[in-house]
Structures are given as C-alpha cells and as structure tokens.
Design a protein around this ligand. Structure first.
Ligand code: SAH
Ligand code: SF4
Ligand code: F3S
Length: 437
C-alpha cells in the first residue's frame, strides 16, 4: 500500500471532493495518512477564489518540496480549483508532479502511476456530466457526526468577480437516487447530520426533481437526521423550499444567503441578478415561513468603482437584516473573470481594508445582538465534542448553526441534547444542560 496525504483548502465542496478522492484511490492500493513525513504522495486540494488563498498554496508547495528533498521519490500533486485555473503553469515550476482539476479525479490512479520525478502528469479536462454519483466517499469527519453530500457541481451564474465557473465548469445536478441513497448510508453509519452542497442549490434539477423536492425526499428518507444545505442564491431561493423547511422538523432553520453588496449599482456590476429590494423581500419571506430562521451571508468590500455611498448601502442592509453571521472579504481581482477584463480594480487597498473593518465591526455587534436574543431560550443541540477551552464542557450546534458550550461530562459527540442559554459572547452561547433527547 502506498500512503497518500492530502491537505484540503477552500469551501465545503472541496472537503466533499477530498472524500471522493480518498475513495477512488483506496480502490487502487493507496491508503490515507495524516502524517506528511511518511507519505509517498503529498497533495493539496486547492482554492482560487481569492489571491491570498492561492498564495497560501504556493507556500505549501515549498513545504511539500522539502519532503521531496529528503525523499526524492515522493510525488507532489495539486488538485482542485487552482489546478484548473493555472494548469501547466504549475508544472512549469518544476515542483509539482501531478495536476488534476475537479472533474479529473477518476484519472488520478493513472496519473499517479505514470508520474515520476521529472515526468509530471496533468488532467484538467472539465466535464458536463461528471458528478461522482457512484463513488462512496471516505468520510474525513472522524467524529462521525456530520457529513457533506455534493448534490451538484459547477456553476452557470457568471458573477463578474468570481472564478468558480472557470475552475468548476458548467452546472450539473447529480442523480437524486444516489443522493438519497448516500444520505441513508450516512444515517446507517451513525451520522446525525448531512449538509447538501452546491454553488446554487435552488437551481438543482434532475429529471423533474427540483431542490425543494430533493430536500423533502432526503428529510423524509432519514427522519432521525438533521438536514442542512448551502448555498442559496437570493435570485433563485423559492417559496417551495421555504415551505419544505417549515414543514419538516429535521431540516435546520438556517439559510446561508450571500448578498455580496447592499448597493444596486454594485450588484448590477457584479452581475448578481437581484436587487437590494428583492433580497430584502426574500429575507422577509424566510421570516414569514420561519420566524426563528437564522440567516447568514457573504459580502465583498471594495468591488470595482465602489463609492462611500455604495459602502454605506451595504452597512445599512446589514443593519436592516440583522444577520446572525457573515463571511466578509475584500475584493480580490481574479484573472480571466469578467470584472478583471472590464473594470479597473480601482478601490485602493487601504480603503478596501477600512470598509471591510467597518463591516466586520458592525457584524460583530449584530452577532452579539442576535445571540442576546437567544438568552433564556431552549435549543436542541447536536453534540460535536469537548469544548476546546474546557474539557469538562461540551460544544455543539443548534439548527440555527450557532455554537453552544455547556458544562457536561455525561454526553458524547453525536448525542442530541436540550440546553438553555444563560449568557453569550459574540461567538458562542453559554448554556446549561436541560436533558438528553
Ligand atoms: N456560490 C456562492 C459563492 C461561492 S464563493 C454564491 O454565489 O453565493 C464564496 C464567497 O467568496 C462568495 O460568496 C464571495 O463573497 C466570495 N468571493 C468570490 N469571489 C471573490 C473575489 N474575487 N474577491 C473576494 N471575495 C470573493
Ligand atoms: Fe461564483 Fe456567482 Fe457561481 Fe456563486 S453563483 S459560485 S459567486 S459565479
Ligand atoms: Fe470552492 Fe474555492 Fe473552488 S471556494 S469552488 S475551492 S475556488
């Protein structure tokens, strides 16, 4: 058996892909190791979404090559989005033996077999059909509590700032039979939560099955399992999905709804196909169906031509919605995207940083307010494991995706318990145990 070590960067989709890769390789005489120094093959599954994500990988390639210096037979591989974006440029560094894009993982055993120091191998062919539907992933979550299930690949929305459609190719939906089967297998293996993954889950469509229907099927096939999903695009999130969420107790009341900007002028330049007003109406619809539904978002500060007024529109939208959580970034120009070709990246870095800091400061206070509203309430929490700070306490998440910590030495990861919130910080709800469920 040869040993393979893989580091995974980027989004949850990459985590799910790494699980597929381990599965594919295990059928060809490779086993997983978590220790780079004993690995025959060292790979990174990479992300291209922002420049700093790529810079980090370039640093890792140097680290991997230190292993190669000690053991020249070691093979170094770059997988995923950065492999797809940079292609043979990565081979030209002389530091990489394998380059495989997101749709080329079935060829990895052959690439590895043919590769040797000085004989690099590459496959960055994108596909219109590949969904790895038949591959049973080797789960990386060693707690055995929460599993990711990819329901679609690629993206057909050409948001002007975004590299994903270029690195992941055209959108395609996976056969719903294989998705429901995988969810049931997770339940049988003891998992308590699945997250259905896609860049735009509401455009899932396989034969006549919509995302709302798929969500319903998964929730009903595995009644003891919590069901989550990500990501919802504001332009496509439908009332049917909200109805299905509201009427199934095991679907978590949390929606990740990336807004990107609060300014209609910027949204149009970003090629997001909704307005601020449309976004606010979707938030109102979510709250109509599920008053307790948590809403999180993504935002980009300092996109091309963004003025102070546009930025204020983003801040006011954050206040108006009162997000429970947010992932916040400054704009990073990605080569080859529409924005890179059409618009100058003209907001100075200091201004991007300052605007980002203002958004973060505002969100920190909104997160604290959101947590304060939960003090005194009771929640069903899925135990993830011991708290990092206090070994006599456990931590876990409720359906709203917030992190809870409570003193508890009786329960273990995978248990479902009821807790009551006593206090909070901006990041965590401090609770007491009420009972096991
Ligand atoms: N499919 C998801 C987003 C996937 S990328 C959606 O449409 O919402 C995750 C997040 O990275 C995006 O929501 C966006 O906020 C951020 N992002 C993407 N491209 C970026 C760029 N060029 N610079 C900064 N942030 C970016
Ligand atoms: Fe990128 Fe837009 Fe597709 Fe999301 S929907 S992955 S932001 S192109
Ligand atoms: Fe995900 Fe990064 Fe690729 S966010 S889709 S790994 S560019």
């Amino acid at each position: 058996m040869k040993k393979v070590y893989i580091e995974t960067y980027g989004c949850q989709m990459n985590v799910a892909d790494t699980e597929v890769i381990f599965s594919l390789l295990s059928k060809h005489g490779y086993e997983r190791t978590e220790d780079m120094s004993e690995a025959d093959v060292i790979m990174a599954n990479t992300c291209s979404v922002r420049d700093n994500a790529e810079q980090r990988i370039l640093g890792r390639i140097e680290v991997f090559n230190q292993q190669k210096k000690k053991r020249p037979e070691v093979l170094v591989g770059i997988l995923g989005c950065m492999a797809e974006r940079l292609k043979s440029e990565l081979l030209a560094t002389g530091k990489v033996d394998i380059v495989a894009g997101p749709d080329a993982y079935r060829s990895l055993p052959v690439l590895l077999q043919n590769a040797a120091p000085g004989m690099p191998q590459i496959n960055v062919q994108l596909s219109r059909e590949e969904t790895y539907a038949d591959i049973k992933p080797v789960r990386l979550d060693t707690n055995g509590v929460s599993a990711f299930i990819s329901i679609m690949r690629g993206c057909n929305n050409v948001c002007s700032y975004c590299v994903v459609p270029y690195t992941r190719g055209a959108e395609r939906s996976r056969d719903f039979h294989s998705i429901v089967r995988e969810a049931c297998e997770c339940a049988e293996a003891g998992y308590r939560e699945v997250t259905l993954l896609g860049q735009n889950v509401d455009s899932y469509s396989y034969e006549d099955c919509s995302f709302a229907r798929l969500l319903q099927m998964v929730a009903e096939a595995c009644p003891g399992m919590r069901v989550r999903f990500s990501t919802s695009n504001p332009q496509d999130i439908s009332d049917e999905v909200l109805q299905v969420m509201a009427s199934h107790a095991n679907i978590c009341h949390h929606i990740h709804l990336p807004v990107q900007s609060g300014s209609n002028r910027i949204l149009e330049k970003m090629r997001r196909r909704y307005t601020r007003e449309w976004y606010l109406e979707r938030v109102a619809a979510i709250r109509r169906y599920m008053p307790d539904c948590a809403i999180s978002t993504d935002v980009i500060a300092g996109f091309c031509s963004e003025t102070e007024e546009d930025h204020q529109d983003t801040l006011s939208l954050f206040r108006e919605v009162g997000f429970d959580a947010a992932y916040m970034f400054y704009y990073s120009e990605r080569p080859g995207t529409l924005a890179a070709r059409k618009y100058p990246d003209d907001v100075p870095q200091e201004v991007k940083n300052r605007r980002l800091e203002e958004i973060i400061a505002l969100q920190n206070s909104l997160s604290l307010e959101s947590n304060r509203r939960d003090v005194g309430k009771r929640f069903e929490v899925l135990v993830e494991g011991p708290s990092k700070r206090d070994p006599s306490a456990l931590c876990g998440r409720a359906g709203n995706n917030k992190m809870f910590v409570w003193p508890d030495t009786e329960h273990k990861s995978g248990d479902l318990v009821e807790v009551e919130v006593l206090d909070c910080t901006q990041a965590t709800l401090l609770a007491r145990l009420v009972k096991q469920l």
